[in-house]
Design a protein around this ligand. Structure first.
Ligand code: NAD
Length: 245
């Protein structure tokens, strides 16, 4: 894969998957810029402090990037803002909290993608990659959470499922401008979770292990690169076979 000369923005680049995605883009000679609420504000070091929930912050980030790089070739929508009660059981979720998460995790992808797509449209070139999830493709197998305090929020399924079809909309709308939009849907990534959960997850998944950030990042780079120049509107599950059974 060759990302030589490409300017690529990664939201949530300070997190578990974001760090691996930034590294992989750089290893493929791309210029990767981390846009994260926990990043420094130093464009020369490829870091921009962005709060994706703020219109002002998005505007400032884009102005700073264009001033330095003049173009944007790729955007990875990977940030993962969530409310403090994220992870509560279905019965305990307040409808306001559900709405807030839809807004932070889905509507704000629209808010950032809209101005970036306008730039890509003018360039006649661009690639968007959105981080969805297996839970955006299939319903949950709640047996993996049994005897643990963990669950998967209902809003997550709504957000990730919505994101896959939002991506198809963008693929259709911007295809004629040579701007592509695809999703990557990881399965569960190992991050020292509850031991019982990990065992139950590994029993359920055909490849008998959880994913790693390194399983995911090269697929993102592939979709950003010209090696995937005729792929748009697709969703690649990187899940050890979770959605195959
Ligand atoms: N980890 C998994 O098992 C897994 C599985 C499937 C899909 N995903 C998806 O991959 C993406 C990344 O997940 P992760 O596990 O790396 O998450 P993470 O929590 O490790 O990282 C998320 C990043 O988003 C940043 N962020 C939070 N609020 C923000 C805001 N308001 N503005 C800008 N940045 C903000 C955080 O600072 C953090 O660096 C998410 O969209 C997630 O749904 C993760």
């Amino acid at each position: 894969m060759n990302l030589d000369g490409k300017i690529i923005l990664v939201t949530g680049g300070s997190g578990l998957l974001g760090r691996a995605i930034l590294t992989d883009i750089k290893q493929n000679n791309g210029t990767a810029i981390n846009l994260d609420i926990n990043a420094d504000n130093n464009i020369d070091k490829g870091e921009i402090n962005l709060d994706i929930t703020s219109d002002k912050s998005i505007k400032q980030a884009i102005t700073t990037i264009l001033k330095k790089h003049k173009r944007i070739d790729g955007l990875v929508n990977n940030a993962y803002p969530r409310t403090s009660d994220w992870g509560k059981a279905f019965e305990d979720v307040n409808p306001d909290s559900f709405s807030k998460n839809i807004d932070m995790q889905l509507s704000r992808i629209f808010a950032l993608s809209q101005p970036v797509l306008e730039i890509m449209k003018k360039q006649g070139y661009g690639s968007l990659v959105h981080m969805s999830s297996v839970y955006g493709i299939v319903g949950n197998d709640f047996t993996v959470y049994e005897n643990t305090p963990l669950t998967s929020p209902a809003a997550y399924s709504a957000i990730k499922g919505g994101l896959i079809n939002f991506s198809r909309y963008l693929a259709s709308y911007f295809g004629k401008y040579n701007v592509r939009s695809n999703c990557v849907s990881p399965g569960g990534i190992f991050d020292h979770q509850n031991k019982i959960f990990v065992e139950q997850y590994e029993y359920r998944v055909p490849m008998k292990r959880m994913g790693t950030p390194k399983d995911i990042a090269p697929i993102v780079s592939f979709l950003l690169s010209d090696d995937s120049s005729y792929i748009t509107g697709q969703n690649i599950a990187v899940d050890g076979g979770w959605t195959a059974i």
